[in-house]
Design a binder for this molecule. Structure first.
Ligand SMILES: Nc1ncnc2c1ncn2[C@@H]1O[C@H](COP(=O)(O)OP(=O)(O)OP(=O)(O)O)[C@@H](O)[C@H]1O
Length: 675
């Protein structure tokens, strides 16, 4: 577990700021190499991993932030660097550099992005040379922008919007985003420049500033290592360089239309980022919280970077100007909170090979395990079965490359204390049991962690479902009200309308409009069908992302209903027979709406059933894994083989799910063999 690293950078005063305040006093006081305060605000101090003052060169920022991220990505860890701060605080200067053009490696003012490219490809060629070509690297780049809660592909000439999806294998990913292979720093920089140009073009065409959108340049770095066993190890890491929208709150007053929507979306995504960080800080402090990553595109896309599988750094950029001190304090408070988040980065790797190679590898691992069982001196921190025993070889024993699991166990479990130190035989037996127990505990904990991940995925889906349910319920209520009003209005019109109005051309046009809307509604996907499909989905976790379509489809459906609702309210409101032609819809319109409402009620019921089912599944998974770890703990203290048998049986009786039952069967059979 690593805390997110936070770096702070103060930019020089701009000419404008200097003209306004010639005292040249800085709003930020540097107290030591990692601590600052803002005297005009409260007396609080802020401590970070690195503080760069106004003269801090680009090279130093790269040495402190960029190098570490690239080094970790080369090893197979995901890496993320965020630039955070108010508009004009120096985010783009830090990430990209002073110029829009990249003038080559001699340019002192070039930012983190070009420097990371140069260092990454240097490291790649170094590794390939060092391993005499046994390790080969492949890099692919994509570049996106998030504006108004929509993701745009900046490498697509048409800058088309893309959907965000999630599946079990890939985690969160952008569907159909353009990925370009890059082989050297210039290729990568070319991709970056093209994306940046597209960003300017789209900003200009929409008449907005780029500081109102978030951008993320993502590199996927794959390495293939030919191993002596004939197997190929594949490592894959994602390196994300993110320039966030200006962090100041956008004013909603005196704003309307597109600008209002834009401001509301910026506020929403930044406040979601703040909420996510608050929840993660609570979690780091031992509290139990659901993290609402799905509340904005930005947090969902960067889920792994915040509290997940990534080595993450945040650069908090601030202005030194007195007039910006409130925003500067707010940036520093945000950064200070973020520093408490703990991520759990693991190497993403997998093995490939033919059956005989895999069998040989399994054999080798078995020997390693046997050796570990026999060696009384093995301590948890030095258990070294992990690195090669990865991913797809054998799911049940997927220990992974994770020293954090082993290092969290105490070196001497309490049950060993009770062994008489003078009795050599008993000591040997205790050591053997100690090692086996630790090994089994590692297995159980690994599985427990997997189930926790699964649980958190369930919780995310559940959260979505609950929201949909609430929205759907509200819609049903609204539709009922609209229908009631429209009916009352219609009755009134029927009573008042002269026959000439009823058959007027205008009235016919309105009728057609309603018929079209009805047709549009009936063309919406059949929700009942999709919902049934969705129910199956929760039993088939592998296809989660695909099957979330019904939930995602609801807003479109809502749009059609809202349009109909607006039309009916608008028409129902035009009671003045002298100035407007009344609309007198057929009874069939109402009948159609009523049946739609009925259908929506069914859907609400279906969603409720799904929610209950998920709740049950989550509880059941949780209980199963508690049962397994409890069983392992009991086994560690068992004295006789009868006692062991009864623990195994009782634990198995208490487990419901197949996955946990299988794991328990494996653990218990291993334990009986070694006892
Ligand atoms: N460390 C620095 N040294 C010198 N000039 C800087 C530094 N940081 C920022 N600047 C200058 O300050 C101005 C604003 O910086 P920049 O455009 O990077 O801000 P920003 O936070 O990215 O703004 P926006 O949110 O609008 O994109 C630019 O002219 C930039 O060159």
């Amino acid at each position: 577990m690593d805390n997110i690293q936070v770096f702070m950078r103060i930019r020089p005063l701009s000419e404008d700021e200097y003209r306004r305040d010639r005292t040249m006093q800085s709003a930020v006081r540097i107290l030591s190499e990692d601590t600052v305060s803002i005297p005009s605000q409260r007396t609080e101090t802020f401590t970070f991993d690195f503080v760069g003052d106004q003269d801090c060169p680009q090279e130093q920022v790269f040495e402190a932030v960029g190098k570490r991220a690239v080094d970790q990505c080369i090893k197979g860890y995901n890496g993320t660097i965020f630039a955070y701060g108010q508009t004009g605080s120096g985010k783009t200067f830090t990430m990209q550099g002073a110029r829009d053009e990249f003038t080559g490696p001699d340019d002192e003012l070039r930012g983190l992005i070009p420097r990371c490219f140069e260092y990454l490809f240097d490291r790649i060629s170094e590794e390939e040379t060092r391993t005499s070509g046994r390790v080969k690297y492949l890099c692919k780049a994509s570049y996106i922008e998030i504006y108004n809660e929509t993701i745009y592909d900046l490498l697509d000439p048409l800058i088309r919007p893309c959907a965000l999806r999630e599946d079990i294998k890939r985690g969160v990913f952008i569907d159909n985003v353009t990925e370009e292979t890059v082989q050297n720093p210039n290729d990568a920089y070319d991709v970056f420049l093209r994306g940046t140009t597209s960003r300017h073009v789209s900003a200009t065409s929409m008449n907005r500033e780029s500081s109102r959108s978030h951008s993320a340049l993502m590199l996927v770095i794959q390495s293939l290592t030919q191993m002596d066993t004939g197997l190929t190890e594949i490592r894959e890491s994602k390196f994300s360089l993110v320039d966030l929208a200006g962090s100041e709150r956008q004013k909603l007053a005196n704003t309307s239309g597109v600008r209002l929507k834009e401001a509301a979306n910026i506020n929403k995504s930044l406040s979601t980022l703040g909420n996510v960080i608050n929840s993660l800080v609570d979690i780091a402090n031992g509290k139990s919280r659901h993290v609402n990553y799905r509340d904005s595109k930005l947090t969902f896309l960067l889920r792994d970077s915040l509290g997940g599988n990534s080595v993450t750094s945040i650069i908090a950029n601030v202005s030194p100007a007195m007039c910006n001190d409130a925003e500067t304090a707010s940036t520093l408070r945000f950064a200070q909170r973020a520093k408490m988040i703990r991520n759990n980065a693991v190497v993403n790797h997998d093995m490939q090979g033919d059956v005989s190679q895999l069998q040989a590898e399994i054999q080798r691992l078995k020997q390693q395990i046997a050796q570990m069982r026999l060696s009384p001196t093995a301590t948890p921190g030095t258990v070294s079965i992990a690195p090669s025993m990865s991913g797809s070889i054998n799911g049940a024993f997927d220990i992974g490359h994770d020293s954090t699991i082993s290092s969290t166990h105490s070196a001497t479990p309490p049950f060993v204390d009770s062994i008489n130190a003078n009795d050599a035989k008993a000591q040997a037996l205790a050591s053997k049991r100690h090692n086996t127990t630790q090994f089994l505990l590692i297995l159980a904990m690994r599985k427990l962690r997997e189930s926790e991940r699964q649980k958190s995925r369930y919780a995310d889906i559940m959260f979505e479902l609950k929201n949909s349910l609430e929205r759907q319920k509200r819609r049903v209520q609204q539709q009922k009200l609209v229908l009631k009003l429209a009916k009352a209005e219609n009755d009134a019109l029927r009573r008042q309308a002269p026959p000439a109005y009823v058959s007027s051309t205008e009235n016919n046009a309105l009728r057609e409009e309603i018929t079209e809307l009805q047709a549009a509604l009936s063309m919406q996907p059949d929700h009942s069908e999709l919902l049934i499909e969705n129910t199956l989905l929760y039993e088939q976790l592998d296809i989660i992302a695909e099957k979330q379509q019904p939930v995602n489809a609801l807003p479109e459906y809502a749009d059609a209903l809202a349009a109909l609702e607006n039309l009916i309210s608008a028409k129902a409101g035009s009671v003045d027979l002298q100035s407007a032609f009344p609309i007198i819809p057929d009874d069939s319109v109402y009948a159609g709406l009523e049946s739609r409402i009925k259908q929506m009620k069914h859907e609400v019921n279906d969603l409720e059933v799904q929610r209950d089912r998920l709740e049950f599944q989550i509880n059941s998974i949780e209980e199963d894994w508690l049962c397994v770890s409890d069983g392992v703990r009991k086994l560690a203290n068992a004295k006789t083989s009868e006692h062991i048998d009864s623990i195994i049986e009782q634990t198995m009786d208490g487990i419901v799910g197949d996955q946990a039952r299988d794991t328990w069967a494996t653990i218990s059979s291993l334990y009986t063999q070694t006892f």
